[in-house]
Design a protein around this ligand. Structure first.
Ligand code: N1C
Length: 272
């Protein structure tokens, strides 16, 4: 009788041990898979980063990656200030240019234009802009990984990894603009100039009349255009613009921009 009881509790104990072991094995497998996925995320992101960087024939790409990663790795991804990217700009500075093109809510038309014609330089034509364009990344406290999913969006927190990057590099790009500066704004929205946008809150404010002589607004007019150069938000733009800079606004049909893309022999100055 006693023996049977001992045998029964022994079996129960073995079953419990087996269950515990199986549970431990599952936990370990999950941890390894999660670790591998995170590591692969960093590797994929870094591979894209270095591939895009090397297209610029820059031998400094590993140093640029190190400077970039330092800004956000092991940080709360809602608490990355713009200055965190200062060391990155120190290793990948912008060169001054007299053909800069800025944009707000017109990204597609601007880039299809600059892809075909060589007369303007946008931030996405520079090393940093081109490497990070269209990517999402962030870090996590206590980890050395670069995450590419689950990163906070623009509505969740202002000082997020991606927004702070665009804010910081946009400021640096505006600082190197000289002479004639062009910006394409969208005539199909009621406020083509928004003081909340990166163009309105950062770039315009960095234009200095010692370097920038003219700001040429190209208001892109689609068939459904809702406004023109008399728009109130454009008056606000003129108010915040450094007084010594000449302001000019032109309404340009999107079809006219497209026509100019397909005529490489036509000088860009006569496009609009
Ligand atoms: O907020 P925006 O436009 O006014 O920013 C555009 C402005 C441009 O002149 C660029 O120089 O700021 C610079 N810039 C980029 O170059 C850029 N590339 C990709 C700002 N943002 C950029 N992105 C992404 O576009 C960024 O992640 C953010 O989500 C948008 C901002 O676009 P917007 O609101 O049309």
């Amino acid at each position: 009788m006693e023996n049977r009881e001992i045998g029964g509790s022994g079996k129960r104990c073995r079953r419990r041990c087996l269950l515990l072991c199986a549970f431990a094995v599952i936990v370990i497998i999950i941890a390894v898979v999660v670790g591998l996925v995170l590591h692969k995320g960093t590797q994929d992101f870094k591979t894209i980063f270095l591939q895009r960087c090397k297209e610029f024939k820059d031998n400094n790409c590993e140093r640029i990656w190190d400077g970039f990663e330092k800004a956000y790795v092991n940080q709360n991804s809602c608490n990355v200030p713009m200055e965190a990217y200062d060391p990155l700009l120190a290793v990948a500075p912008f060169k001054s240019s007299n053909k800069t093109m800025f944009w707000s809510k017109t990204k597609d038309v601007v880039h299809s234009f600059t892809e075909k014609r060589d007369c303007f330089l946008t931030l996405e034509d520079t090393l940093l802009g081109s490497v990070l364009d269209g990517l999402t990344w962030c870090g996590k406290e206590g980890s050395h990984e670069t995450l590419t999913t689950g990163c906070p969006g623009w509505t969740q927190c202002e000082n997020n990894t991606v927004r702070s990057f665009w804010g910081r590099v946009s400021a640096a790009f505006a600082d190197i603009a000289t002479g004639n500066v062009t910006v394409m704004l969208n005539g199909s929205i009621i406020t083509p100039f928004s003081s909340d946008s990166i163009f309105g809150s950062i770039e315009v404010k960095r234009f200095d009349s010692k370097r920038v002589k003219n700001l040429n607004i190209l208001l892109v007019m689609q068939k459904n255009a809702v406004t023109n150069c008399t728009n109130d938000s454009l008056k606000e733009l003129q108010m915040v613009l450094d007084k010594g800079i000449k302001y000019n606004c032109k309404e340009v049909a999107e079809s006219q921009i497209e026509e100019c893309m397909s005529q490489p022999e036509k000088p860009c100055e006569s496009c609009w």
